[in-house]
Design a protein around this ligand. Structure first.
Ligand SMILES: Nc1ncnc2c1ncn2[C@@H]1O[C@H](COP(=O)(O)OP(=O)(O)OP(=O)(O)O)[C@@H](O)[C@H]1O
Length: 393
């Protein structure tokens, strides 16, 4: 509301307005330090009064990016912490050193505040103090952090993808499903921060890097390694596609297949279950240019197509349509073109399997259970890696 109560009598000019803005800003800055001060002094009544006047103060930050809740947590001021939470304080806000209020409370052994923060979804167990950024995807960034000494991967979802209340609701629902999944060939989901943005997903951390990087370093794989890798991927996918809670990946690609360790004898599928809750970007991607989706059965076949593209890349040592720009490559795939087999190691049985998995007619694409059976047969017929080298040299 503007002019009503102004008694200056001289009318409003732009310099008056500027002056008013300045005053307002000054008042806001002083209220910011005031709430931090009252939190520090354990004056819950004063904190409440300030928040009633201006609820946005709950987000106040000092020069170290600490919130009033950090201050209350560190000192163990239960009433102040309660009041701040009541006004919507972010229980997982991070200060300049990436500490959360709960991390502060734990560091200072403030038992009752620890309980309070935990009951509101507070996380301290993620120790961000030694965190490093390990990657950036279209959903956000990936950090390596620690959970009780064990390294974990934390995916921070871009706020622009999760600013909608419905998205967050779906996200929570989906996370509850993902946490229950357990299989040796899927990246283990550990938990999530779903009550504040940025939303975060926490999974086990895999030391071996991703398949994209691995193929970049190694080039084409021997048929027996490619078959072993394919079997790991197919096992993980068969588990995800299993009834009754079918999870369609929709973004299966070498970057989302992770190596457990550097000896490359165990792969896990990661990043599943997200496409349902977050818009999948990068539609210009040969791994997912499969056309229409619809029923669950059809959606499963979308993942089978992506699997074929990965199988091809493992044996050929380069992605399908590598000589095209990504957009044109994806366009060619969408138009029905398929890459040609060139590699010596691409046995006729593997070619046949690939052709079926990327068949334009989705009904011809096998399920992952069938793919596994086929791979087992192919594996039996292949010479071991050692012999293969003897053959080819
Ligand atoms: N659990 C994990 N353990 C170790 N490294 C990981 C883990 N998850 C992801 N990474 C690394 O971080 C990189 C980025 O991952 P992220 O899933 O954010 O992006 P992406 O898969 O490249 O892209 P998109 O988000 O479009 O799928 C991965 O390629 C991988 O190297």
């Amino acid at each position: 509301m503007s002019s009503g109560g102004d008694s200056s009598g001289g009318g409003s000019s732009s310099s008056d307005n500027k002056e008013k803005d300045k005053q307002k800003e000054k008042a806001r800055v002083s209220r910011t330090s005031l709430i931090l001060w009252h939190a520090h002094q354990n004056d819950a009544a004063a904190v409440r009064k300030l928040l009633q006047e201006d609820p946005s103060l709950v987000k106040a930050r000092d020069y170290d990016n600490r919130t009033p809740l950090h201050v209350a947590a560190l000192h163990g001021w239960l009433d102040v912490a309660n009041c701040l939470i009541e006004f919507g304080a972010d229980v997982n806000a991070q200060d300049r050193w990436k500490n959360t209020p709960l991390a502060d409370a734990e560091g200072a052994s403030r038992t009752s505040v620890i309980e309070l923060l935990k009951s509101h979804g507070g996380l301290s167990f993620i120790d961000f103090s030694n965190s490093t950024r390990i990657g950036k995807g279209s959903f956000g960034e990936i950090l390596k952090a620690y959970w009780r000494g064990t390294p974990v991967a934390v995916k921070r979802i871009l706020p622009s993808l999760s600013d909608d209340r419905l998205v967050i609701q779906d996200f929570r629902h989906e996370v509850n499903l993902l946490v229950k999944l357990r299989h040796p060939n899927i990246v283990q989901f550990l938990g999530a921060v779903t009550d504040r943005t940025p939303l975060m997903l926490i999974t086990e951390y895999l030391r071996g890097g991703d398949l994209h990087q691995y193929l970049k370093d190694k080039g084409s794989l021997s048929p027996s390694t490619a078959v072993n890798f394919s079997m790991d991927i197919a096992r993980g996918m068969a588990y995800l596609h299993n009834e009754p809670n079918v999870i369609i990946h929709r973004d299966l690609k070498p970057r989302n297949v992770l190596l457990v360790n550097s000896s490359a004898d165990h792969l896990k599928v990661g990043d599943f279950g997200l496409s349902k809750i977050i818009k999948v970007k990068n539609a210009h991607d040969v791994y997912k240019m499969t056309g229409e989706t619809g029923s669950c059965e059809y959606d499963k076949k979308v993942d089978v197509y992506s699997f074929a593209m990965i199988l091809y890349e493992m044996l050929e040592g380069e992605p399908p349509f590598a000589s095209y720009e990504p957009y044109d490559a994806a366009k060619r795939a969408a138009e029905g073109h398929r890459p040609t087999f060139r590699a010596k190691g691409y046995t006729p049985e593997m070619q046949e399997l690939t052709l079926q998995c990327w068949a334009a007619d989705m009904n011809q694409r096998p399920s992952f259970i069938d793919i596994l059976k086929r791979l087992e047969k192919i594996k039996e017929s292949l010479p071991s890696d050692h012999h293969w080298h003897l053959f080819t040299s």
